[in-house]
Design a protein around this ligand. Sequence first.
Ligand code: UTP
Length: 297
Amino acid sequence: MEQIRKAVLPVAGWGTRFLPATKAMPKEMFPIIDKPVIQFIVEELLGAGIENIIFVTGRHKRPIEHHFDISSDLERHLEEAGKDDILENIREVSHMINPIYVRQKQQLGLGHAVLTAEPVVGKEPFIVSLGDIILEKGRRVLSDMISIFNRFGKSVIALFEVDPTETNKYGIADVKEVEEGIYKIESLVEKPNPEDAPSNLAIVGRYIFTPRIFEKLKDTQPGVGGEIQLTDAMRMLLEEEVIYAYRIPGKVYDTGNPLDYLKTVVEYALQRDELRKHLVEFLGEVVSKYSQLIDKS
Ligand code: UTP
């Protein structure tokens, strides 16, 4: 069976939920304190042994390309300044990654972004990681998904348990459990109301696809706003091939909207020893001040 050697990272979206910040700056470069979102996702891939990373980019996405360059000047400066920790982190990522940049000419949706990478991926199985979803560190999600692919030779998508009252925000899977945490997908439903939802397992931004997904993407008709939806192509793939699913243990951080981005920054800051004490004190003060406003409104 073919090994998984490549990942596609679609990062060409408009980021409208973050305008005007995203007019000239990709949301994937927003910092979680001092590290851009996209670096978390790249580190996760490198941790799973994937070094060939195909970024599907677009206009205003140049900072992502600069970020993964080797910067000899900066490395020399940090060396001279004795800033070894930062130097090590900067070196590790940019020296390990083999970045490939593919341009999505027009933002015609996530499915279209994935299809744009076809000439580079070729006829191999590959990973898709969304550029704004961070997974809790140390959970080995991608490595587990790769193991499932190696066992069954079929596509594997990550699912995440969401609040049953919030199924109408996600693509939801109807599943049959194969073993603890591993499922076969029966069907996929886009944003069902809680009373119609077949489960509370949502599609969450990590996928392994067999190359047949490209044929299905080519057959997918554009939906709302002319966008080609990845879920529609997955539904067609399901008619021909089994798709497995893996339930993500641990937390999922969606950095693509302001509220969840803020929650992510706060939680990551609270995990840092040098920030925790001051931040907890500050949060205590502001929470007591602003919760009075909530009570009044
Ligand atoms: P989102 O649904 O988050 O869309 O895309 P978006 O455009 O980035 O953000 P909003 O909804 O306007 O605020 C999910 C992922 O797919 C990529 C995005 O960059 C993001 O990582 N994407 C989306 C593309 O690469 N191309 C597209 O045409 C659409």
